[in-house]
Write a protein that binds this ligand. Structure first.
Ligand SMILES: Cc1cc2nc3c(=O)[nH]c(=O)nc-3n(C[C@H](O)[C@H](O)[C@H](O)COP(=O)(O)OP(=O)(O)OC[C@H]3O[C@@H](n4cnc5c(N)ncnc54)[C@H](O)[C@@H]3O)c2cc1C
Length: 462
């Protein structure tokens, strides 16, 4: 069966066409809630609003198809990573360390919450709670891993939730020759993102939500959504457009930054016998230009990270076509970890993250105008979009809950510089980070090379 998804990810392309077919509803002139974007944020928001207010009329307007954006093409890490840079948040006197801890604990609980909803709603998305491993493959990476471990314990994790593993213990989990140390997180789940986003959409439609595909929103104003030929009224209007937000709002708050992925072909039993990886842990490293990986339910490796990160003028990743150079770089790093295997790439693609100037996410809602925004998850949105949607649900319903005190509520991000400074800043950051990895490896440094911090500072990651 031919697949008609525009999104070129393995996830979307490998599903049968009938999983991508949804009824086109009849447009009404007025809704209680109009949501822009059918990714995780928009769909979870519709799901939780319908649970709370079953009689509300809710519409989602999607420019392309359900899961076209990052939600249908990500690394499938349902992880405890928080979408904020702690140092940046704490520069604002409104927030303190306890707010970071609060956010971290809520994200940890979200892993089980997503698993519970999937079970309750019978959404089969290959979810497997095998935890997460961050590995170090050089002395400098091991030193960063130690610092990161200490930071995680200071900001919400309990000692038994993250285990420090020496090389031998780490290899019992995943046999990577060059691994020097690892941390093993109790929480974290692998998912098939397209199955989750499409399964969730089906559930939301069954609850009575109207999803309009191929329906781009041209503009928003108080209580009005402008489609190409028509204006629709909405008591509440919420943009869940992540890396595409600036095309709609044009306020320079969120820009699209690419992340790239390769998917191997199915790997033979002999590989898995050698490598182990029996708990299907999510796998990441401590390189400056880091990688992220998962073992899929059908015994492939998804391997993501490096790649042309930013396109001049904040162009988004389009349908996801990936250049050969980036594909080859990802394959090379995968081969460094597992040198005895001759990997073949099945599919390669890229997608747009939504990145704010200080890499902090925001859930903003104005109860006077009914306008709201959810954005800025960077590379850590699979679990946080769920929590953000529940936060926004409480805000729309006027409730004061533990979620409405999270530090992303009404968080005002700084504005990005215009071009060419934006392009120059991001390009130079990635060049410096790549160089930092090379220097650390060649010189076998014990600690991070001195100029790595400059790179993080240029783009607001420090
Ligand atoms: C390659 C890649 C790998 C990633 N890996 C991970 C990971 O492993 N773990 C993790 O936690 N996070 C990961 N992320 C981030 C995560 O996928 C996102 O944070 C999350 O999916 C964002 O969901 P969203 O619904 O907010 O945005 P999106 O999924 O991007 O959805 C936004 C939707 O809005 C639509 N839209 C935009 N403008 C308009 C308009 N004007 N009118 C109508 N519709 C519009 C778009 O077409 C899109 O479908 C990754 C992201 C990428 C790109």
């Amino acid at each position: 069966m031919k697949n008609h998804a525009q999104n070129l990810s393995f996830w979307m392309q490998s599903l049968p066409a009938n999983m991508l077919e949804f009824p086109q509803p009849i447009l009404q002139s007025e809704y209680d809630v109009a949501i822009v974007g059918a990714g995780f944020s928009g769909l979870w928001l519709a799901y939780y609003l319908k649970q709370a207010q079953p009689e509300w009329k809710i519409a989602i307007f999607e420019a392309k198809h359900i899961g076209y954006g990052a939600s249908g093409r990500n690394g499938g890490w349902l992880s405890t990573n928080i979408p904020i840079v702690i140092g940046n948040l704490l520069k604002n006197p409104r927030w303190a360390k306890q707010d970071v801890v609060h956010l971290q604990r809520q994200i940890i609980d979200t892993i089980a919450e997503v698993a519970n909803v999937c079970e309750r709603e019978q959404i089969d998305c290959d979810l497997h709670q095998g935890g997460l491993m961050f590995i170090a493959t050089s002395d400098a990476q091991a030193s960063r891993l130690q610092d990161y471990h200490a930071e995680e314990l200071a900001h919400g994790f309990l000692p038994h939730e993250i285990q420090w593993l020496g090389a031998d213990a780490a290899k019992q989990h995943i046999n990577i020759d060059i691994m020097q140390a690892a941390t093993h997180y109790q929480y974290g789940a692998r998912i098939h993102p397209a199955k989750l986003v499409l399964g969730l959409a089906r559930k939301v439609i069954a609850l009575g939500v109207d999803i309009f595909e191929n329906t781009p929103v041209q503009n928003l104003s108080t209580h009005t959504v402008y489609l190409s030929h028509q204006a629709v009224k909405g008591q509440h209007i919420i943009a869940c457009t992540e890396g595409y937000t600036d095309q709609l709002l044009q306020d320079g708050k969120v820009i699209p930054v690419n992340s790239s992925i390769i998917m191997t072909q199915v790997l033979p039993a002999s590989f898995w016998e050698r490598v182990g990886w029996q708990n299907n842990e999510l796998l990441g490293d401590m390189a400056h230009v880091y990688m992220y990986a998962q073992k899929t339910a059908d015994y492939r490796i998804l391997f993501g990270g490096r790649g042309a990160p930013y396109q001049y003028g904040s162009r988004d990743a389009g349908d996801g076509e990936l250049d050969h150079v980036t594909t080859a770089q990802l394959l090379q790093r995968l081969r460094e970890l597992f040198p005895r295997q001759d990997f073949q790439v099945d599919t390669a693609w890229k997608g747009s993250l939504g990145v704010t100037r200080d890499w902090n996410a925001s859930v903003t809602f104005d109860d006077k105008t009914g306008l709201g925004f959810i954005y800025g998850f960077g590379g850590n949105g699979v679990a946080p979009t769920h929590l953000a949607a529940r936060t926004m649900t409480d805000r729309i319903l006027g409730k004061h809950t533990a979620l409405t005190t999270l530090p992303w509520n009404d968080y005002v991000c700084p504005t990005w510089e215009g071009e060419p400074w934006r392009w120059l800043g991001i390009q130079s950051m990635y060049q410096l980070l790549g160089l930092a990895d090379q220097v650390e490896n060649r010189l076998q440094l014990k600690k991070s090379v001195f100029f790595a911090n400059t790179a993080y500072q240029i783009c607001g990651l420090e």
